[in-house]
Write a protein that binds this ligand. Sequence first.
Ligand code: OGA
Ligand code: NI
Length: 336
Amino acid sequence: MATRVVQHVSEELPSRYVLPEQHRHGGIPAGEAMPEPLPVVDIGRLPATDEASKLRVALESWGLFLATNHGIEVSLLDALMDGAREFFHQPLETRHKFSNLVDGTPRHKGYGCLLSQDQTIDWFDRVHLAIHPEDERDLSSWPHFFRDAMLEYAGKSKKTRDRVLRAMATLLELEEDHFVSKFTDRAITFAAVNYYPPCPAPDRVFGFRPHSDGRLITFLLADKDIGGLQVRKDGRWFNVPTIPGSLLVFVGDSLEIMSNGAFKAAVHRVVTNPVKDRISVAMFFGVDGDTVLEPAPALLDETRPARYRKMRTKEYIQGILELYGRYERMIETMKI
Ligand code: OGA
Ligand code: NI
């Protein structure tokens, strides 16, 4: 259970957060500036060809882009971030009312951590919310600080998701609805509201260790002007910029597999800030647990063999959680 509060921050780091030697990043893990700007995609202009070609560059190189003109009011995004910050600034007793523990066992919903007691954990607190299927939503357990804004954002972000995924399918010369049609009424969408307290030892902890997200795509709203989010390319770490009012869109493992590697899942991490706290809100859009993850058959022929093996989503996600504790990536085990 993540129970840190700002007062915990001192030179004496709680040992559960301190990285084992072999996973340290050596010195202060400042990222580099990107060699070329991160692509900015005007969602309202998709599928116009010039906009779609920016999308292609983003998906093939970074697995990440900034989405502007996405159709969601900036005032709503601000209200969501403000509510999230307010929640994390509540005393621990208040936050614990939304705990993810049921009879001592963590669930995938609520405030807290999913790793077991013997694993090193990252320097952030998180609230998990089940957004979809609707019968899993359990609104009464959502912190009221951001509940209404989150609900409205969840509804509006679906339209943006579909627009982006249609443009992606078109880039692969698949049917426009190839990805969108996978969002059945049992498809899984999760939100995570993340809080990174200040930490004076960014060389000994991770804000969030290197990983890629498991589902198709992630929308991330990140605190302005604080930084800390980095993306990996060719073995180097680059600082991810933000534009106020925009969304960061990440390719996840499921989409990398379905596109047979044409689109690359973004490997990213967060390093801590010694003085400022940081908030982010992630929305993970995935297919349902029984759907088999596999490269789209229309992308395969004798000259283009499958580059990933098949697996049910449920088992894939379980695998991610197991390997995460060992700082490894599940998608590496899928490559043929
Ligand atoms: C995540 C994630 C990054 C951030 O929640 O999967 O990578 O900036 N978050 O909080
Ligand atoms: Ni992530």
